[in-house]
Design a binder for this molecule. Sequence first.
Ligand SMILES: O=c1ccn([C@@H]2O[C@H](COP(=O)(O)O)[C@@H](O)[C@H]2O)c(=O)[nH]1
Ligand SMILES: O=P(O)(O)OP(=O)(O)O
Ligand SMILES: [Mg+2]
Length: 208
Amino acid sequence: MSKVVVLNHPLIDHKMTIIRDKNTGSKQFRESVSEIGGLITYEISRDFETVPKVVESPVCRVDGFELAKKIVIVPILRAGLGMVDGIHDMIPHAKIGHIGLYRDEETLQPHTYYAKFPTDIKESLVLVVDPMLATGGSASAAITILKDRGIYNIRYVGLVGTPEGIKKLQEDHPDVDIYLAALDSHLNEEGYIVPGLGDCGDRLFGTK
Ligand SMILES: O=c1ccn([C@@H]2O[C@H](COP(=O)(O)O)[C@@H](O)[C@H]2O)c(=O)[nH]1
Ligand SMILES: O=P(O)(O)OP(=O)(O)O
Ligand SMILES: [Mg+2]
């Protein structure tokens, strides 16, 4: 069974409260989503493998380290895009793939409209990024798209999850560890997370 990590950090809690507030404007919302993405990266990367690397400091030779594996960030469009800059700031050599999914408003089922990945993604550790793990359908479908292409070294990175979403993701993909900034109570009848933060894509891009 996969690991579920819900981060517990005062800066993350502070910024999560900003993005949950319906009175937060789109500039601060976008900035905070990205910043939380950066802070979460610290935890996701805690067990990243490193290999030795020798460099010359201005003073002498130093035995240092570099990351052993390539990293690919794969946001689920659109909402996942909001976290990319913050993660990329922490791992600037990471490449970026994209998966386009939208949820049918009636059935809540995910529909795929786009997928594009770096050519060397199979040798990389892949971070699937979507702020909202609601029913878990979008995250599960995105990970299935990757596995269908032979990509298996995957972690899910989100902001707000639900027990339902975690259960679905763990059942469908027991090998994929889940990293979240908060675990909320439940889903409402429209499939929104309670208390959540509303429709993340719409708040990021001003579409409602
Ligand atoms: O409160 C919410 C719930 C969902 N979203 C958007 O939906 C998907 C995830 O939903 P699943 O049911 O887990 O497939 C996510 O990409 C968000 O864009 C939301 O914004 N707010
Ligand atoms: O998952 P959805 O349907 O909310 O799509 P988007 O993230 O593009 O708003
Ligand atoms: Mg979405």
